[in-house]
Design a binder for this molecule. Sequence first.
Ligand SMILES: Nc1nc2c(ncn2[C@@H]2O[C@H](COP(=O)(O)OP(=O)(O)OP(=O)(O)O)[C@@H](O)[C@H]2O)c(=O)[nH]1
Ligand SMILES: [Zn+2]
Length: 218
Amino acid sequence: MSNILAEAIKVRDALVAKGIETPMINLTKSKDQRRDEIEQKMRDVLTLIGLDLTDDSIEETPHRLAKMFVDEIFSGLDYANFPKITNIENRMKVSEMVLVNDVTLTSTCEHHFVTIDGTVSVAYYPKKWVIGLSKINRVIAFFAQRPQVQERLTEQVLLAFQTILETEDVAVYVKATHFCVKCRGIKDSNSYTVTSAFGGVFLEDRETRKEFLSLINK
Ligand SMILES: Nc1nc2c(ncn2[C@@H]2O[C@H](COP(=O)(O)OP(=O)(O)OP(=O)(O)O)[C@@H](O)[C@H]2O)c(=O)[nH]1
Ligand SMILES: [Zn+2]
């Protein structure tokens, strides 16, 4: 736990207090241990599917899956991976909306463990702080690298930025295609899902919300 940044702990506590934290347990095993155990269990799963793991193309797949789960697509379950964010004091007194539009979103649906593919737009009115623009992408990527449902992801991103920026005035808009809808089940390759979450002035003032939505052209 010691390598978790104070900012990350603040964000986690805020999500827990609001009841929007991802259902997760405390990780006690080392990454090596977790990779090893996942690899063994994935070996069993792939064999039960009917694959021959002596084939040289797939013999390393259980190992690849273990690495992918721990180090890549589910790395956002570990707050040690929360991005380092340098808050810059708003000395230039920016008072207009800061908008980062169409940030790439690649996440994983928690119901079927297949891809969620979309974009996220985030806007805020700076109060005390501004942050580096790339940090907006990095925070979104952190929460995307978890098993997710789109509604909770949207709320988590909103509260994370409200906590980091110390302002309620944040808006989040997510548009995504769910491969659990596209490649299996109902097999609808056309539909997409839109979710949004608004705080402060974006919630209270219809004109501000309209301005945000028109700026992102939705
Ligand atoms: N609200 C919400 N639902 C989601 C999201 N991702 C997937 N789902 C839905 O979660 C549901 C899971 O439903 P279940 O009935 O338990 O699973 P299933 O029988 O495999 O469902 P089908 O997809 O209808 O075959 C499905 O309707 C998915 O489309 C999401 O981000 N938000
Ligand atoms: Zn799904």
